[in-house]
Design a protein around this ligand. Structure first.
Ligand code: MF3
Ligand code: CO
Length: 251
C-alpha cells in the first residue's frame, strides 16, 4: 500500500533529508586518497548525533554500520572498513537517518583524487539517469515512467542498470511501497499522486548488471568485476511536479 503524506509530513521528510544531505556533503569533502571508510562512518555517526538524528541503516536487518561505502566494483551495501581509499577509486556513500519520526535517504558517488575518464563518465551518466527518473515523478504519471527514463539513459550510454536492488517509498519507514525499479517499460505500475515520497536510486554497472553477494551477506559486487556507480535522492511528488527533498540547500 502506498502511503500518501500530508504537506506537514513532507516537511518532516525534508528536514530528515536535509540532515542527510548536509552529512553527505561533509563526507564528500573528506574523501581523498589515504583515508579509510570507517573514518567516514565515524564522522556520519558523530554528525547525526549532534543533530539528534538516528542513523537509519545501523541495525536494519542486522546491517552493522551507519554508512554504506561501496568502492569501485562494489554496487551497494559496501561495509566501512580499515582499507584505505586510493587515488583513482570511486566510492558510493549511502546514508539515511530517522529524525522526528521520518526517514531521509540519499547517496552520491564521488571520485577519490584523480580518476579515469571511464570512471568519471560512469558516475556522470548514473547521476544524469537519476535526474531523468526524477523528471518523471509527476502527478498522473505511472511509476514505471521513472524506471524507463533511468534505464533509457543508461542504455544509451552503453551501461547496464542493476535489477537486483530497487528504489522505494519512504516516510515513517525506510522502505515503503512502492518499489521503484530502475528498468522496465513505461506506462506501468501505480499511478503517481501528490503526497507520494520516493527514494529513487539507480545503480549502474559499466558492463553486465549481474550481481554477486559476498560472504558477509551484504556486499553486492559486479559479477564481472566492472565498475559500478550509485546515486540516490528522496523526492516528493507535488501538484507542480517533483520536489527533491535531499538536495542540499543549507549553508
Ligand atoms: N539506500 C539503501 C536503501 O535504501 C541503503 C540501505 S542499507 C541497509 O536500501 F543496510 F539499510 F539495508
Ligand atoms: Co534507499
Amino acid at each position: 500500500m502506498v502511503i500518501l503524506k500530508s504537506p506537514k509530513e513532507i516537511e518532516k521528510i525534508r528536514v530528515s533529508n536535509q540532515i542527510v544531505a548536509d552529512i553527505l556533503y561533509s563526507l564528500e569533502a573528506e574523501v581523498e586518497p589515504g583515508i579509510d571508510t570507517l573514518y567516514l562512518n565515524d564522522i556520519a555517526e558523530k554528525m547525526a548525533s549532534e543533530r539528534d538524528a538516528t542513523p537509519a541503516f545501523k541495525g536494519y536487518k542486522g546491517y552493522p554500520f551507519s554508512l554504506c561505502t561501496s568502492v569501485n566494483n562494489v554496487i551497494v551495501h559496501g561495509m566501512p572498513s580499515k582499507k584505505l581509499l586510493v587515488e583513482g577509486d570511486i566510492i558510493s556513500i549511502d546514508f539515511g537517518v530517522l529524525y522526528d519520526g521520518y526517514y531521509g535517504d540519499a547517496a552520491v558517488t564521488v571520485p577519490v583524487g584523480i580518476i579515469s575518464e571511464q570512471a568519471m563518465r560512469l558516475a556522470q551518466v548514473t547521476k544524469e539517469s537519476l535526474y531523468k527518473g526524477i523528471e518523471k515523478a509527476v502527478p498522473n504519471g505511472r511509476l514505471s515512467n521513472i524506471s524507463h527514463a533511468v534505464q533509457s539513459h543508461v542504455k544509451a550510454a552503453g551501461y547496464s542498470v542493476v535489477r537486483m536492488f530497487v528504489g522505494h517509498g519512504i516516510g515513517t519507514s525506510l522502505h515503503e511501497d512502492p518499489q521503484v525499479p530502475n528498468f522496465g517499460k513505461p506506462g506501468m505500475g501505480v499511478l503517481l499522486k501528490p503526497g507520494m515520497t520516493l527514494a529513487i536510486e539507480p545503480m549502474v554497472n559499466e558492463k553486465s548488471y549481474d550481481v554477486d553477494i559476498l560472504e558477509d551477506g551484504w556486499t553486492a559486487v559486479t559479477k564481472d568485476g566492472g565498475l559500478s556507480a550509485h546515486f540516490e535522492h528522496t523526492v516528493a511528488i507535488a501538484e507542480s511536479g517533483p520536489v527533491i527533498l535531499s538536495e542540499r540547500n543549507g549553508s
